[in-house]
Design a protein around this ligand. Structure first.
Ligand SMILES: [Fe+2]
Length: 274
């Protein structure tokens, strides 16, 4: 019998705010706590939790302290990524044990056995346009070294800013800047690569620019289905979600779970049980 795949739980765009504040009337901490409890109770066999950036809404100390409290009982290792709403320096002070590279970027390579997870820190505090993402030459060199160590095994790349266009021009305008070199590096890898991102606050998947990708939505507020929207300030209260990645020698299967819907659903009789 084939080995069971390695299971990862993935949350993106938590946007934690200060106590008493909200985002379009929603409490991001309550949403994340609900989703995290659902994920951990439904998937006790998960090996790792991956948080894909925009951990906080304004990068403030109190907001990272709230994150620490929310993660206090998580029984598995956590991979942290930075998003455009984060503050790398503040995060690193509060989470000194988070993996970083010598360049100071919050990113890591995780050997999952038959596969590898590589996280990339796309936060650019001086971004132009604001909120867009970037990778430095040092990060791309680090990535190339990681890919060499992966030796052809399936590789999951986790990064906050998508390296592909999504059809939302406003969000595409603040995606990863200059993605060509990253695409070339990943396209040249001799094994399978799948890219998983956040940032857009909507579930999207596809294969573009030579990359297969999945974008996950937030546990809190979402991007409405307004293809062609030229701005970025639309947020709606659609159900929050987290991702479940099954990683194995065949590659990666990405599920999404709308946890509030799942909790409210009434279990039905199995129609195949006779
Ligand atoms: Fe976000």
């Amino acid at each position: 019998m084939a080995d069971l795949p390695t299971k990862l739980l993935v949350f993106t765009d938590l946007h934690l705010v200060n106590q008493g504040e909200d985002i379009i009337g929603l409490d991001p901490a309550a949403r994340f706590a609900q989703g995290l409890h659902h994920a951990l109770s439904q998937h006790p066999d998960a090996k790792r939790l991956v948080l894909m950036g925009d951990l906080t809404h304004q990068g403030r100390t109190a907001q990272y302290e709230r994150l620490k409290t929310l993660l206090a009982d998580v029984p598995v290792p956590v991979s942290y990524l930075m998003g455009n709403h984060d503050n790398r320096d503040v995060f690193r002070k509060l989470f000194p044990h988070a993996e970083t590279t010598p360049s100071g970027d919050v990113q890591e390579m995780v050997d999952l056995g038959e596969t590898c997870l590589i996280t990339l820190d796309t936060l650019d505090p001086n971004a132009d346009p604001a909120h867009s993402g970037a990778l430095t030459a040092a990060q791309l060199t680090w990535l190339q070294n990681c890919l060499a160590w992966a030796e052809g095994r399936p590789v999951l790349i986790a990064m906050h800013h998508p390296p592909v266009e999504t059809g939302f021009p406003g969000m595409d305008g603040i995606a990863l800047r200059d993605p060509t070199e990253l695409r070339v590096i990943l396209n040249d890898y001799p094994g399978l690569v799948h890219v998983i991102c956040g940032h857009v606050h909507r579930t999207i998947s596809g294969h573009a620019n030579g990359l297969s990708f999945t974008i996950l939505k937030s546990p809190c507020h979402q991007q409405p289905m307004m293809l062609g929207a030229a701005d970025t300030d639309h947020s709606v209260d659609e159900p929050g979600a987290y991702g479940i990645v099954l990683a194995g020698p065949a590659g990666f299967v990405v599920h999404t779970e709308d946890f509030a819907i799942a909790e409210a659903a009434t279990p039905l009789r199995d129609p195949f049980s006779g």
